[in-house]
Write a protein of this length. Sequence first.
Length: 575
Amino acid sequence: MSSLHPPELALKAPNRAMLLRRLAASVRPVRLHWRMETRPLASPSISSRCASCAAVPEDPDIGEFLDYMERLKNYERVGVPRGAGTDSDEGFDLGRMRRLLERFGNPHKRFKVVHIAGTKGKGSTASFISNILREEGYSVGCYTSPHLLSVRERISVGKTGDPVPASLLKELFHEAKGILDQSVKQENGALSHFEVFTSLAFLLFFKERVDIAVVEAGLGGARDATNVICNSELATAVITSIGEEHLAALGGSLESIAMAKSGIIKNGCPVVIGGPFEPHIEHIIRHKASLMKSKVISACDPRIQNTLKCLTMEKDGKPYQTCDILIQIPDLQTFINLPNVKLQLLGAHQLQNAVTATCTALSLCDQGLVISEKSIRAGLEKTRLLGRSQFLTQMEVSLIGLSGTLVLVDGAHTEASAKGLADVIKMTHPDGTLAFLVAMASDKDHLAFAKQLVSGRRPELVMLTEVSIAGGKSRMVSTSSLKDSWIEASLDLGVDFLDIGVIDNVKGDGSWSEALVDCNKMMLGSLQNTSVIDSIKLADQLLKSRSNNQPGLIVVTGSLHLVSYLLAALQSMEN
């Protein structure tokens, strides 16, 4: 239970009836003729066959591969068992992964690896590091998860950073299928989707003879399938942050999470820590590094200075933030000064990720790699990620049917990432109306997430919806449960709001009750049987009804899976 929970709720889960009684005492209900029907958000153009986020139909060349992967155990879809990420008897069996790779000839032992773990920031840091290395001319393999539009996004190989071509993935799968079939049989069907995908990524990196691989851990570190990497292959370990996501799977405490993630530290290999960390959490990581005789490079070292200076909007409407980065690390005998770096990834948290990536590049230099300041700057500046602080283009907004409204999509789904998103909103949109469209997975801290967003710029409108997680419903949280969390957050923070009920199958005719138009409270509603595009149109109409002639901002957040639905729908409309 998050420390943000009020004392009276710390001993038991929020009671829906109690919350609704508190609501009835604080607001006057509005009678609206909107029908309640429980269905997840749907977009007819989206296929649910892929194993992670919703996506546009995949290239038919990899249809056989997708069907094969669909039959494997997928913990992204069903959730991770309690304790599975801990280095204990309950943890995942790394022996199974080692046996699979041995059947492939241990391809992961043929190249150097930057191994990244952390609660938040892994994907951004991996992208920063990969782009820095590519700018220097290295052939880089990069393995991350989840994906947004295609499973091919999880693997990139070579000097471009593009998703692995469908033809190459098809060829790889056909070559590996015999060994995969044998392994699935010998492991009694226990091999998971992530284990098989990880082994294929390592096999491809070997076959394509990458100079170095950047590998993101899936869950925790110690028992993650990627943690077959030994000290002979590890160039640098990176731990970006420690937070309470996947709490049950990683031992139930912040301390157990820190121990699980520090499991990627290997004997004699340097570790870069991002942070900032709470002192006792950093002590756990440093203690593990000391046992492993591993040099620690901290991106929060007092001798490192980073400053976020200003935000600039390009002509196409895309923003970037200008930052100064100055790093002095005596242990590495390194000094680097990067003034006026233009980051496309926004927010102080992304600046911290950029500093962590720069420290990692300097650690690699200390081991003999050649990486210039020019390559570091270019790599940082070229990095952008779908679904992270992403403003839709004017063309994409026009496709939705909006005019004069901005749309920001961000897959934030934890307390820390919600705070980062709230800071980005304040920085990019300090004035004007604000709406949130939110869906989340059931295993997230919905209350802490809501409190962070309500504590920032107060929105005029919050619309809650449902989205399938990795193509399934087992981790989907209902709008009623989400609404309880937002009601509780609003009451605890003293934010005046109005529950506008359930809106079903929005057609966007604009016939809204005068009570909503004239209300100055934060409007809080649920969406059912409504596509993501229609949901945004509804939010736009409600915002414009309360506009002060300044452009409104609609933020789509709470889950990368919701972001995936939106981006896939837009891609379908463009085609």
